[in-house]
Design a binder for this molecule. Sequence first.
Ligand code: NAD
Length: 435
Amino acid sequence: MRISIIGTGYVGIVQGACFADTGNTVICMDIDKKKIKNFKKGIIPIYEPGLEEVVKRNVKDGRLVFSTNLKFAVEKSQVIFLCLPTPQSEDGSADLTHVMKVSKGIAGYLNEAKIVVSKSTVPVGTVEKMRKIFENNGKYDVQVVSNPEFLKEGSALQDSLRPDRIIIGTSDEKTADAMRELYEPFVRTGNPVIVMDEKSAELTKYAANSFLATKITFMNDLANLCEKVGADIEWIRKGIGSDPRIGKNFLFAGIGYGGSCFPKDVKALIKTSANNAHPLRILHAVDRINEDQKKVLLVKLKKHFAGKLKGKTVAIWGIAFKPQTDDIREAPAMVILSSLLKEGVTVKAHDPVAMPHAKKVYGARVQFCKTAYAALNNADALIVVTEWNEFRKPDMLYMKSIMKSPVIFDGRNIYDPEEVRNAGFVYYGIGRKIK
Ligand code: NAD
């Protein structure tokens, strides 16, 4: 098929590369000229394991091209995927400016019947609004489909090559068939392509992210209770996770969820529910608890230093909102870094891939260190914010020898408290039993 991807960000480039890799011809279009220039030069502006190879292979074979020209992208393609940002508006709702603007742009360039697919996460009713734009334009038949994306940054390529499921929201059988055909190479192991109405598809995406955010938040809140009653959240995680109704995933307590999706999607669903006279009270609680959770280590840090943080040096391991990505949007690290700087703390940070993004925000106010150990030199404490694998088994004796005082605040519970204490450190985790 001839495909266009409008918006070549985390979702767009991965999807574009995957569609090209299964033999389609793909135009990846973006308004960001610098981004497109880089792609053309073979520079991939995001960190995503395995992606560079697939992009380069398909560019070389002529199936994947990049452009800043919407007219060219529209005219050349049968199926147009919108992978545009839907950020949070001031009132919490999803900002549809980009989606609506591009839809109008597409309508102006139609030269034949097309399928326009929203991969952007959009509130219930957006496909209907988009359809009206194309109906008003009149000349050609445009089928608008909701096809929410479930890839996870850090494993986006694998998630797209082998998705758990594909959700197609359309009421048109012919369009459903075309979409099934497009996705067929990715579901050969039998994972389902679920065709449903547009509104259900739109809501499925919000339901999935909000459910996962709720699961994480439940464990985080329970971890805080564990600390009060002297229980250990790690035992509870194991104890409940072995029940298949609960499942083992997404039960790790930590310092809150972040990223470009969960926070905004939870807020957008709260807004949708309020607008429809059915406020989802559970999500209000999730959102509030998560905001507090990002600060729990700061409270512990302050308490440890008897309220005197000014003049201290704190090492931060991990800035990205999760491992295997350079994405720092809504990352708990940003709350921690900003608060420490406000308190007059010297911050030395290391992240394997996210430092260039963080540098753009903090500049010289944070000392960005080439290695994790370099961040520890003369530090009064270490805060582990992101659970990168390389932080899991460090040389504790060496760490102790270079830090000013041996204190670890483990925001992701990656260490065994006993082992860390035996190595001579003071250890703080999230919901761990203090002996
Ligand atoms: P992103 O910010 O990484 O990329 C969006 C791209 O769209 C940017 O490159 C931007 O320059 C481009 N753009 C903006 N306006 C444009 C226009 N008028 N014309 C052409 N390009 C334009 O966003 P993302 O993370 O890829 O997310 C895209 C959508 O997918 C969002 O709705 C998001 O909620 C959803 N989603 C994201 C993820 C994820 O993990 N990132 C996962 C599932 C769903």
